[in-house]
Write a protein that binds this ligand. Sequence first.
Ligand code: ME8
Length: 518
Amino acid sequence: MSDQPTYYVTTPIYYVNDAPHIGHAYTTLACDVLARFKRLDGYDVRFLTGTDEHGQKVEKSAQAAGMDPQAFTDKVSQNFRDLADFMNFSHDDFIRTTEDRHVKACQAVWKKLEEAGDIYLDNYGGWYAVRDEAFYGEDELTKTRDGKRIAPSGAEVEWVEEPSYFFKLSAWGDKLLAHYEKNPDFILPDSRRNEVMSFVKGGLNDLSISRTTFNWGVKVPGDDAHIMYVWLDALTNYITAVGYPDTDSDLYKKYWPADLHMVGKDILRFHTVYWPAFLMAAGIEPPKRVFAHGWWTNEGQKISKSLGNVIDPVDLANKYGLDQVRYFLLREVPFGNDGDFSHQAMVNRMNGELANDFGNLAQRVLSMIAKNCNGQVPTPGDLSDDDKALLDAAGGLLSDVRGHMDRQAFHTALEAIWTVIRAANGYVDRQAPWKLRKEDPARMETVLYVLAEAIRHLAILCQPVMPETMSKMLDQLGVGEDARGFESLGEAGALTPGADLPKPEGVFPRFVEEETGA
Ligand code: ME8
């Protein structure tokens, strides 16, 4: 195998009960940006997304739509694929849990757990929330005035009583705690890690891992009356997609354990308690990290179908531009915190940071080059301290940004880039190349060269977040497709003085409110 470093990043697999919305797009976007970043940084990347198609919730949605569950999942799963294409996501694989490869992997995991003595047959009697596909203890529930019981997530629970296989989760508490202690970055952000640790310290109950009252799921090997609990099925997707149970396959050897499972905070417990316990019991190494991000609201309100305020990412992108939306989502909120979507906040970032700060910088510089340097990359002379300071700031960005990205701190990565964008704008104002044109044309060329070089750095580093727009900006700088990886950042002479440049065109339009006439 080559010694190229690898990076395996996964999204949750989304339930096919509903149309995809901004929340799903957000999680996958974060993974897409990491995948693109790592590829540009020389890694061999595997980026997985997909759909979670079994279980009671999906079965009920199919029934409500009057469709056979397989036909229903085929249809809704395609909506998630279409969204991924529309959002320009660069996933390498799209997994569906109804695929044969996945059924095979689930059954193999089950057998491993059974062989390890971690499964026993009993009866389950307890509370279940179909919306969360989760079991809850009586002590976790609250009661409404009309006597309904509600889980902490807000989902209504129902009483379930049925024969069930159990996983001996209670035996894994100490091993899980030892794993968290030994791997302080296994759960990020730290607040989530603390939350999980106190949950585990409170003691774990054995977990019901099969159902018998419906049959839309993977059959338990050797006992057809049972189907596997949908979360055991769903979590297994992360190893199915790298070839499990064929642990000798190239894919598996190269990419497992995954570097990162990106999830929303709602599904933290499944990924940081159940999943590593299943894996350890099956003799499989746990993933290296689970990052649980926050929750989006819309103009201050919870996003929900019943409130009618679901944000469709396609509508947003059609209104503001795809890369603008990608930028906004990752810049607006410290990654990990909850965030609020508002039209005003979107427009402020789009007009302020994209159109004014970055767009104007590139447009000013490229049009001065077009007008005053014959449309060719300018030729630099000796560099002043001011020139060197800007080039150093641009040159130092990669290691800074890399550090932020390695902790999934997209907002601080972008802040660091914008510090240099603002420094470049300050430099333009100080150096006033438009004045130098007559006074000292050679110096003007140096200043414009320094700026072009700074913009090259900025555009290369912004590619993961805004791939389409940055590709246009790099075209206008005459940077070839093969010179856009991070290794080319440090190459002196990446811009060739005298090379012809295409006609510049603005890439960041301002958002102008339409006159309503009201
Ligand atoms: O939980 N803000 O699928 P799901 C931010 N099938 N992120 C949001 C969001 C919001 N308002 N709404 C949804 C499942 N998300 C399981 C996962 S994985 C083995 C199985 C995102 O369709 C966020 O990532 O309910 C959340 O964790 C995920 O969608 C839940 O998607």
